[in-house]
Ligand binder design. Structure first.
Ligand code: 5RP
Length: 224
């Protein structure tokens, strides 16, 4: 099976976690896009969604699925999203698709987090995928120096085909930190959250996934 077929299989399996009559949190990225396309087939069963990015909101609306502003929503039954890496405890690296801050916000008000990923995302120790950190633009270099002091190799994410910093949906910039071996994800999440100018770090450890559906050649496996 191709990686896309594995993503599609987990996206389909995630429909089993959708709660009828409720609002569903929806993530960002290629796996989340497959999920959105599956969700469209049962859209009459849900009240609506909260989107974790402008791109996700546009895709949901394109399918005629209602998208609510989080400020108008009291609670979300389940949040369904992909990951760049996940470990056996449910801790994740996210933000390859630049939506980490809104993903973290939507996840924080959701009763359950269902991670959907192809099997290649499962790792023993997080950190092979460069850790994304979203920062206030004026603090970019100040935070960059602090991230370098942690022992990784930070790099400012740039717009495709340009030297200009990439700008997120929130007007933030992104620093991707390579070369970290993250043996204590909760501690590192707290450390980076404590740096002034950081909007969010793409470590989802203090609040990890409750369920992880992994697409493998042998079928969809539930990690937790
Ligand atoms: C976006 C994310 C995505 O969930 C992550 O990058 C995985 O993407 P994909 O499903 O395309 O592999 O965190 O910010």
């Amino acid at each position: 099976m191709t990686q896309d077929e594995l993503k599609q299989a987990v996206a389909r399996a995630a429909i089993g976690y959708v709660v009828d009559g409720e609002i569903i949190g929806v993530g960002t990225g290629s796996t989340a896009n497959f999920f959105i396309d599956e969700l469209a087939t049962i859209k009459d069963r849900i009240k609506g969604t909260v989107a974790s990015s402008e791109a996700t909101a546009a895709r949901l609306k394109g399918h005629g699925i209602p998208v609510f502003d989080l400020n108008d929503v009291e609670s979300i039954a389940v949040y369904i999203d992909g990951a760049d890496e996940i470990d056996a405890s449910g801790a994740m690296i996210k933000g390859g698709g630049a939506a980490l801050t809104r993903e973290k916000i939507v996840a924080s008000v959701s009763k359950s987090f269902v991670c959907i990923a192809d099997g290649s995302k499962l790792v023993e120790t997080l950190g092979k995928f460069a850790l994304p950190v979203e920062v206030i633009p004026m603090a970019r270099n100040a935070v960059f120096r602090q991230l370098a002091a942690l022992g990784g190799q930070p790099k400012v994410r740039v717009k495709p085909g340009s030297d200009e910093p990439f700008v997120t949906d929130n007007g933030g910039h992104l620093i991707d930190v390579a070369g970290l071996s993250i043996t204590d994800p909760v501690a590192l999440e707290n450390t980076i959250n404590g740096m002034v100018g950081v909007i969010a770090v793409g470590l989802f450890a203090a609040r990890g996934a409750n369920v992880c559906l992994l697409g493998t050649a042998e079928g969809v496996k539930s990690l937790r």
